[in-house]
Design a protein around this ligand. Sequence first.
Ligand SMILES: C[C@H](O)[C@H](O)[C@H]1CNC2=NC(N)=NC(=O)C2=N1
Length: 96
Amino acid sequence: MIEKLNDEERAVALAGLPEWGGVAEPDGISRSFSFGNFVEAFGFMTKVALLAEKADHHPEWSNVYGRVEIMLTTHDAGGLSQRDIDLATAINALAA
Ligand SMILES: C[C@H](O)[C@H](O)[C@H]1CNC2=NC(N)=NC(=O)C2=N1
């Protein structure tokens, strides 16, 4: 069973993900991505979807034209876990 990160683990993880901010409710992290148009944004979402499915860890997200908002939390743990940090790191690599 995956567990929530403790305060120290959380601080270390967030320091390594400066583009991501903490979300209180639900306990997680979020990042906003901007693309030039809808096709680029949706192409990015398609890549994230494949990553997420492979990891069996799925984002809560929204898209408006070229903007994609992603929030990561672990339902099974009731908050932020290492699985969110791993997925955020992989998403950052995709967006780089
Ligand atoms: C049954 C299934 O494996 C679980 O519900 C997985 C799927 N994707 C998930 N995604 C996220 N973000 N949190 C989870 O706890 C989670 N659990």
